[in-house]
Design a protein around this ligand. Sequence first.
Ligand code: ADE
Length: 457
Amino acid sequence: MRFDLISIFPDYFTPLTLSLMGKAEDAGLVTLAAHDLRQWATGKHRSVDDTPYGGGAGMVMRADVWARALDDALATPLACENEEAATASCRRVLAIPTPSGTPLTQPVVEDLARADQIIVACGRYEGIDARVAQHYRAAGVEVLEFSIGDYVLNGGEVAAMVLTEAVARLLDGFMGNPDSLVEESHSGAGLLEYPVFTKPRDFRSLEIPEVLLGGNHAAIERWRRDRAIEKTVAVRPDLALSLDAAALSGDDRATLAACGVAYPRAGAAERLTVRQAELEDVVAVSELAARTFPDACPQDLPREAIDEHIATQLSADVFDSLISDPERHRLFVAEVWGGLVGYVLTHVGPDALPSDLVRPGRVDVGNAYLSKCYVDAAWRGSGIADVLLERAVADAAKAGHRAIVLGTNRGNKAAQAFYKKHGFRKRSTRTFDVGGVANYDVVMVRDLTPTGGATLA
Ligand code: ADE
């Protein structure tokens, strides 16, 4: 890869001969050529700029001087040209740093790393005559006007060095350990990097996270991924909302949702809020309940029984009375921009459990009861159910319960696996009436005591 950096201050680029970049040049991996633009200037003063047409402050760099420099740079013979291959097989990019250019992001840099030559035309003063970019584009040259950030520098030299280093380090053989490239910020799924630690282990009373001290590689990987997700949502919500959805696992999605970003099955990610339901939500929650309940029913349950259950148990009136009594009934909703997409209902307090569960030998009187946890079909797998469930569980623990109990259809293995992942264990069975039809449930319990099984399986 050849870099031609053209500037009226070519000495600016001296630091590029240091460190890994210097080694890469010595090894023949990159060629760095810094040029003084004044070589191509004419006249007694070798002037490279002039006053702007239309008036205004400052000076503009002359197109004719730049064109002579760029014609020469574009005509430089490259290693990719040989007897058989035509010049066209070499990819030459003319990069022009300017605060009004497209942002220089990792994907742009990754693309540039596939070029054979990058010529960087560093402007000063008020910039380069706009006809330079116009002319070379029209002539078929790949022109990239780029910015390294939303601030203004004195000239393009620093931006040129940023581009050169960002591109060169991606070239095969540049990094001593190419693994460093794999997990760093802005690569892969588009997450920022997780925090890193090294010796000494004791530093001003700040501890190393426990998981990093054990040898559980899967747990370390998960911990790092979770911290990367949290950091990205906190620092760059724009990036968190535009991750590569195909590269996100179920656990990633659960962490994202816990941080307030939900990825649906199809379409764009959205900011997610989980909050306690209010009376204004009554109609929306009952509609959501009616939409989602049928999906959790066994295939052979008659539609009339389902409809009957919806009409009598999931009506707006029912939700009105639940929301009106928050001391005993705790309803949390998941909301995205388009409305409510999930809800969880628990009953807390001394008489929280339904009577069929408190029969002797089943579960302890005084446990909290998780009655419902439902998410709209389009948002299943987005981690919303995980967030709702954990919110309800934390709420029950805060209310002083030592355990929380639920019943779920014995045929619904996905639901059972989901609850198991969240620390619930099978304890018993029960029958559950849906519109006059008996259904068979497994009863699962999660210990909420600090020493109990409250940690995730
Ligand atoms: N020249 C001046 N400011 C710049 C910036 N932010 N990015 C690229 N080139 C520049």
